[in-house]
Design a protein around this ligand. Structure first.
Ligand code: ADP
Length: 539
């Protein structure tokens, strides 16, 4: 192609050709393009694959500024990896959409998508057109989902122990696993506190997750109310107050400056004493106003000096100072109180009410925080995650998020399928069976789809140190012979493959979403047959 070549002459008059630099424009086309995508997807999947399941391994992710994350959460691993490859980025999107919609199964979906792509590659090499493969996969996916529908069990969500066990399963592979009783209880309590069982809905906005470094992960707790990073203003105030009436003030506990026309001039001891008396009197007036309103807790946006603090203490008022504007608002909303700008405006109906306000003290660190519980107006809860360092608390937050999602999903839809690859296996068997009835090319696509489903139990087996192929064939024949869709990989060596007995369940909607998303993504990638990457110095 000489269209952008020009002929020039050198100083001796000899002609030569200059071909204009084509920049870094690259182009891949057709099957070559599809193949290179699949290889890119495979390399990403191989990274997260080893973290699937309860025996999955953790990854250390180091950001550009050296921050460290330790996790085995697929979505987190993928988001933090700095990927240039476009297809790899699609996989990241994939696990993110699973995360947004369902919140769990983010590793599984990537492993499944890449298995589907691997299978597609083999079919492409056999000469089957990518679109035909994609269509076949779509059909196979329908059969798999029908099978899920058939084998799904219903769990009684009224029975909290089911929810607890489900939450516990989702924590299985996380570093918090040694305190998973504690975490699953927290997740169930949090969801149940805000759940609307009639509408089968859980508003996640009402569940706040906070973390603070210090203590151990077992010190994490659920607070049914508002958490303030503050303490009572005087160390001798009681550590907790019950039946609280809270005055929420935006005026400072300070006497107004004496209103003299001239500037304040103190030259004698008497004058100073007068001023002091004036201040004490004003403080007392303020305190009287608070007491008249029958408040027993004062929450103040501003600070106050030792004198005021002491007076508050001696009048039996618990006080909190320097509360930020937004926290003050939150407090007002939760306790159904009004924010009061002047002491004169205080009245009983403007006070916020809460069952209890108490100070939390954390073991060795001298941190203190205040919790305002049993608030009158809010179902809001705060999950407060503790841990000895930033990494642990961050992983704690992610783990809790996962189990909150599992519990929420069960409330939305109480159908479950069995984990440990059992659901994938039964789907795989159903799709294989359907393959035999297919004529033409679809039967290849169906078989390929079934093999891709097998990857999940195989990966689980491999990650638990079992022989993948042996485990797979054993489980498959067992599922067929015993006609049971509950048999999966015994990852933890409990001595049974019955996932119902082990209570390894996955919410039905999560599993279905995994199948749908992975199949959709595969179609999308198979449809791309041309990639043009424009170079930066192109002109
Ligand atoms: P994801 O990010 O996809 O949720 P996980 O690492 O949490 O990945 O692994 C989830 C997989 O591990 C699911 O297939 C689940 O069924 C399986 N699994 C979890 N706990 C067990 C267990 N105790 N025994 C066997 N399989 C389990």
């Amino acid at each position: 192609d000489l269209s952008n070549a020009i002929v020039a002459q050198d100083e001796m008059g000899r002609p030569f050709i200059i071909v204009r630099d084509q920049g870094k424009k690259q182009r891949k086309h057709g099957i070559e393009a599809t193949k290179s995508h699949i290889l890119a997807a495979r390399s990403v999947a191989s990274i997260v694959k080893t973290s699937l399941g309860p025996r999955g391994l953790d990854k250390i992710l180091i950001s550009q500024d050296g921050d460290i994350t330790i996790t085995n959460d697929g979505a987190t691993i993928l988001t933090q990896m700095d990927l240039d490859n476009q297809i790899a980025k699609l996989l990241v999107e994939l696990s993110r959409s699973q995360d947004d919609e369902i919140g769990d199964g983010t590793t599984g979906v990537v492993v499944l998508a890449s298995a589907l792509l691997d299978q597609a590659l083999e079919l492409i090499e056999k000469g089957i057109h990518p679109i035909k493969i994609a269509n076949g996969f779509d059909e196979a996916c329908k059969i798999a989902i029908d099978q899920l529908d058939k084998v799904a069990d219903v769990v009684p969500i009224e029975d909290e122990s089911y929810l607890l066990k489900a939450a516990k399963t989702s924590l299985g592979s996380k570093i918090v696993s040694k305190s998973h009783d504690h975490f699953s209880q927290m997740a169930v309590d949090a969801v149940m506190a805000v759940a609307d069982l009639e509408r089968k809905d859980v508003d996640f906005e009402l569940i706040k997750i906070e973390k603070k470094v210090g203590g151990s992960i077992e010190d994490s707790l659920l607070i049914k109310g508002v958490l303030l990073d503050k303490d009572f203003s005087h160390p001798q105030m009681p550590k907790q107050v019950k039946d609280c009436k809270i005055a929420i003030l935006t005026c400072p506990f300070e006497p107004p400056k004496p209103k003299t026309k001239h500037k304040l001039d103190i030259s004698t001891v008497e004058e100073f004493k007068l001023l002091q008396e004036y201040e004490t009197k004003k403080f007392q007036e303020m305190i009287d106003l608070v007491k008249q309103s029958e408040a027993n807790v004062v929450a103040c946006q501003w600070g106050f000096d030792d004198e005021a603090n002491h007076l508050l203490l001696s009048n039996g008022l618990n006080a909190i100072r320097w509360i930020g504007g937004s926290e003050l608002e939150l407090l007002a909303i939760a306790t159904n109180g009004r924010i009061v700008p002047r002491f004169e405006d205080l009245s009983p109906e403007k006070l916020g009410s809460a069952g209890i306000v108490r100070e939390l003290e954390f073991g060795t660190t001298r941190d203190r925080m205040l919790v305002i519980e049993d608030c009158s107006n809010s179902k809001a809860v705060t999950c407060f995650i503790r841990g000895s360092n930033e990494m642990i608390t961050a992983e704690g937050v992610r783990a809790l998020h996962d189990s909150l999602c599992v519990v929420r999903n069960l409330i939305r839809d109480n159908r479950v399928v069995y984990g440990g690859g059992a659901a994938e296996l039964t789907c795989s068997l159903a799709v294989s069976e359907a393959a035999d009835k297919q004529k033409g090319i679809d039967q290849y696509a169906f078989r390929a789809f079934a093999s891709a489903l097998d990857t999940i139990p195989m990966t689980l087996a491999e990650n638990s140190g079992l022989d993948p192929i042996e485990t797979l064939s054993h489980l498959k024949s067992k599922q067929v012979n015993e006609n049971s869709s509950r048999l999966g990989v015994d990852c933890l060596g409990k001595g049974t493959n019955d996932m119902k007995e082990l209570f390894v369940i996955d919410p039905y909607i999560g599993k279905r979403q995994q199948l749908l998303l992975a199949t959709q993504l595969t179609r999308m990638i198979l449809k791309i047959n041309d990639v043009i990457i424009s170079g930066k110095d192109e002109y």
